[in-house]
Design a protein around this ligand. Sequence first.
Ligand SMILES: Nc1ncnc2c1ncn2[C@@H]1O[C@H](COP(=O)(O)OP(=O)(O)OP(=O)(O)O)[C@@H](O)[C@H]1O
Length: 423
Amino acid sequence: MVAIATDLLTKVFDDGTVAVDRVSLEVAPGEFLVLLGPTGCGKSTILRLVAGLEVPTSGHVLIDGEIVDHLPSRERRLAMVFQDYALYPHLTVAQNIGFPLRVRHETATDVSARVGEVADQLGITPLLRKLPGALSGGERQRVAMARAIIRRPLGFLLDEPLSNLDAGLRAELRSDVAALARRLGVTTVYVTHDQAEAMTMADRVAVLRRGVLQQVGPPEQVYNDPSTLFVAAFLGTPRTSLLEGAVYADGDRVVVDLGSQVIELPADHPVRSRHTDRVSVALRADALTLAPADHAGPVLSGTVRQVEHLGHEALVHVDTGALPTSTERSRLELPGPQAAALMRERPRPQAARTEYGFYPAYDPELPGEPPPVGEVVVRVPAVGLPRRDETLRLAVDLDRLLLFDRVGARIRLAGGETRQSQV
Ligand SMILES: Nc1ncnc2c1ncn2[C@@H]1O[C@H](COP(=O)(O)OP(=O)(O)OP(=O)(O)O)[C@@H](O)[C@H]1O
């Protein structure tokens, strides 16, 4: 088992695209690390740099603490599996699996013994005489894994290996692939844009955006305690709701002012030190519940726009009258001075809709667009569902109310942090 690491790894392509921007990551021996992010964020490029298929513009790749920048791909002893599997169509499954050994001129007996061994490990012995064309997607995927492990690699680099499969099979193979990597004890870097895949498979998840590493941690930590607005927005099903707000602290009141309404916070809430700060509020469905009539804590109210039936429960989309925050406004991936300049450029609040006068109206940023809808989503049991246009009061779980500053960095509240980490 080896550790795989990158140190300030950067890749700028000839056309000027900064695909990977100073990424430093450490994957412990035997660890299953998932690189997660939207399309084009640089996941595959990082994998290719680690594999030695691309040359870094700057920074290093390390295997077991040794810089391997000078080593050609084949000497890094890392096995890569791509989403298209790249099986040779005219070779049988057995020949495909044994191929990496045959090119190293190992004897036919050795190759055959080892093919039998890995086919057994992956439960594909009955397929050995078939051609890839006669296999299902899941079977092809297993053959590709078998071919990857036959050389006893020190690490696995898997690039969306399940993306060509249907949803049911993906879910099944997810656990197979993770279990296989763990059984073999092979250090694995797994690339996906699918948050469910990342959450179920990973020991740790590394979230990337535009080539910049946003956060690394165990799945539940990254989900519950996101460092950036982008991470909060990217992880969450249904989609995390993002609203514009401003903090107002007045005597014994502390509120987050959303313009259309305020979220009342306890008077001693640590955010009171942020008086007048503009914030982005991230609310996942699990932060909200239907408020009982006698509910005394913080609430959001709004009008039902849509009810999505999911069988045992429903998702209710509620228009709060607030303004949505776009993750595009999270500028954290920009270097410091640029982010600061953007903050200065952003318009001051123009109009006050509440008595507090700090309503962040960004209308100048939205010329000609229809008014955006500040929607939140709440899960409700499938009985007695609310109707469209009905007004709902939603209880806000303060432990799950996530606040971000103007550049999208999490506002970590002294004293409030314990609340977050208990979630
Ligand atoms: N050879 C290349 N020349 C120029 N730009 C490239 C090249 N390869 C990738 N890019 C760009 O680098 C960025 C990162 O690409 P990369 O393939 O690593 O993203 P990704 O996160 O793996 O995306 P996906 O999930 O769609 O595979 C993208 O903007 C892409 O267009």
